[in-house]
Design a protein around this ligand. Sequence first.
Ligand code: ADP
Ligand code: MG
Length: 701
Amino acid sequence: MIDAEKLTEEFGCLVFNDKVMKDRLPKDIYKAVHKTIEKGTHLELDVANCVAAVMKEWAVENGATHFTHWFQPMTGLTAEKHDSFISPTEDGKVIMEFSGKELVKGEPDASSFPSGGLRATFEARGYTAWDPSSPAFIKDGSLYIPTAFCSYGGEALDKKTPLLRSMEALSREAVKMLKLLGYADVNRVSTTIGSEQEYFLIDKEDYKLRKDLLFTGRTLLGAPATKGQEMEDHYFGVIKPKVSAYMHDLDEELWKLGIPAKTKHNEVAPSQHELAPVFETANIAVDHNQLTMEVMKKVADKHNFACLLHEKPFEGINGSGKHNNWSVCTDTGMNLLDPGKNPGENTPFLVFLMAVIAAVDEYAPLLRLSVASAGNDHRLGGNEAPPAIISIFVGDELSEVLKGVEEGNAYHSKGKVQMGMGAEVLPHFTKDNTDRNRTSPFAFTGNKFEFRMPGSAVSVANANIVLNTAVAEEIAKIYAKLEGVEKDKLNEKIAEVLKETLVAHKRVLFNGNGYTDEWVEEAAKRGLPNLKSLPDALPYFKEKESVDLFTKHGIFTKEEIDSRYEILLENYSKSIHIESLTLQEMAKKDLMEGLIAYQSDLLEEATGKKALLGEKSATFEIETLKAIDEAQGKMSEAIKKLAADTTVAEGKTEVLDQASYYQKTILADMDEVRKYADAAEALVPDSYLGYPTYGQMLFSL
Ligand code: ADP
Ligand code: MG
C-alpha cells in the first residue's frame, strides 16, 4: 500500500514524464521533444535515437524487459505486441537495445484489425507511429509507447489519429478567433477532458457462472430481485470494506501510472460505483481512460470481483455511462468556457458558448452516433439515462445572459448569493449560480460542458472528435462573419452575430426535466432529432453535411468515413448476433435444466401427496407446475422464432439492412424469450438454477 506521505513521490513513478525527461535528456534534446509536444512539430531521427536510448535505460531500471507500441484500433479496445530489448552478441550473450526507429515506428500486421474495406487482407502492412504528446509508461514488465495506427496508404485505422486531428482543428480555428478578439499572445488551444467512469462490481465466482456476462457483458435473462434501487440507499452510501479495499488498490495502481484518479463513490444502482479523474488534455485523458478501464478489470480480478463495464449489465436498474466533461483552454491559461465575474461582457466566453450551442444543435445526429453502440443503445432513452434527444442545459444565470444577448442589453451579474443554512455554527459560503440538472444529456456545469451520453464501455475518443470538429466549424463560421470588420465596428458586429447564432439555434436549449414524455413531444415540435438506435443514427455519418464537415477540417477522408460506417454497423450486428446465440443457449440449457429438475421434483411430490392425502392435496405443487409449464412452452416457441430470425439476419448482405434487422427483429425476439424465461425463473428456487440470480449478483458483496 502506498504510504500517504510518499504519494507525491510515487505518483507517476511508472511514467516517462516531463520530469524524467528533464532529468535525463541532454538539454537540447529535451527542448526539441518539448517543442514537438507543445507545438506539434516534427521530430528528427537523431533526437528520437537519443530519446530511445534514455527511455530504454529508464525502463530497464524500472524492471522492463520489453517494449510495445500501444494503439487503439477500431475494435474500441487497445492493442499491443511486445518485443524484448534483447539483441544477441557474438559471445552468446545479449545486450539491451532500443533505437529511435523502433521508438518512432512500428509495423504490426494490420490485416486482422477492422478496416472497413480500407485495406484488403493481402495488404497486411500497417504502421504505428509514436505519439510524443502522450507519455510512455511501464506496465507488466513492458515499456508502453502510445502510438497512432494507420494503413499503408496513410488512412487512420484507429481512434487516436482523428482525435489528434480534431484537437488541432479546434486549436487552429480558436486561435484565429482569439487573435481577432485581441488576444494576440494565444498560440495554441487545447481541449480538456475529465471522464467520470461508472462500473459494477460483482463476485468473480458468480460472473464465471453466467455465460451471458462472459460472452456479451450483460445479462440476457434474469428475473428482477425483490429489491432494486428504489430505496435510494446506494448512491453516495457507505462503501463496504471489500469494495473500499478494491478502490484503494485501484487508486494506487492508477496513480503509479500517472492517472490522476480523484473521486470515488457508490452510484445509484446496487453494486454500481464511479471513479472520476482530474481533467487532462483530451489525448492523454482518452489514453488514461482506456488504461483505467483495463486496470479496473485487473485489480477486480485480484480482489475476486468481476468489474462490469457494459452500459446495461442488468435490466430494471441503472446502466453505466461515462460523463465526458469538456472544455477548451488556451496556452495562456484561459478557460474559454469560464463565464468569469461578468459573463454578459465576457466576449471570448460568449463566442465560444455560442459556438458550442450552434455545434450541438446543428450536428446533433453526429453527436448521437458518436456514442452509439449495441450496449449504449439500451441505456440511452431508458428512464435513468439521458434520452436519445440531444438538448443543452445552461441553467438560470446563463439563461439570463443569453436573454441579454438576444435582447441586446448586456446582462449584469447579480454577484454570488450567500448561503444561509439557518444554524450559526455552520460555515457560510457563496452558492453556485446554477443548480444541477441530472437529466440533461449536455449540461453546462460552471466552467465546462458535461456530455452525459457516452457509454461506460467504449472509448470517449469518438464523442470528442465530433465535439471538437463541430465546435471548430461553428467558430470558423462566426469568424467568417467578423473577419475584415473595422475595429470600431467590431463589438457591434459581434453582438449582431451572437444574436443571430442564438436565434438560429436556441431550440436546442432546454432547462427542464429531460426524462418526461412531455419533453419527447416538445422536442419533436422543435424539430430535434430523436435517434433511438445505432442503425437510425449511422446514415447521418455519410450525409453530405457530415462529409463536408469532416473533410473540410481534415479529420476524416471520405474513405475513412465509409470504413468507419461499415465497421460500426458490422460490430453492432455481430454483438447482437452473439447475444442471440448466447440467450438461446442459456435458455435451452442452463435455465431449462433447472426447470425440468424442479418440475420433476414437484411432480413426484404431488403424486406422492395425492396418494397419501387424496386428490385435493398438492395444490401449490400443481399450480406451480402449471405456471412453469405454460411459461416454458411459450419460451420454447419464442426461442424457435429467435433462432429462425437469426438465420435470416445472418443471410443479409447489406450492412445497414442487416443492422436494422438485428435492431428491429432480433432484439424484439430476444425480449420475448426473456419475458417467459424470467417468468419461469421467478417460480424456481435458486438452488435449481445453474447460474446466480439477480439477487445473488447484486446484493452478495
Ligand atoms: P460533478 O460532475 O459531480 O459536478 P466535478 O465538478 O468534480 O463533478 O467534475 C467532474 C469532472 O469534470 C472531473 O473529472 C473534473 O476533473 C472535470 N473537470 C473540471 N474542470 C474541467 C475542465 N475545465 N475541463 C474538463 N473537465 C473538467
Ligand atoms: Mg458528473
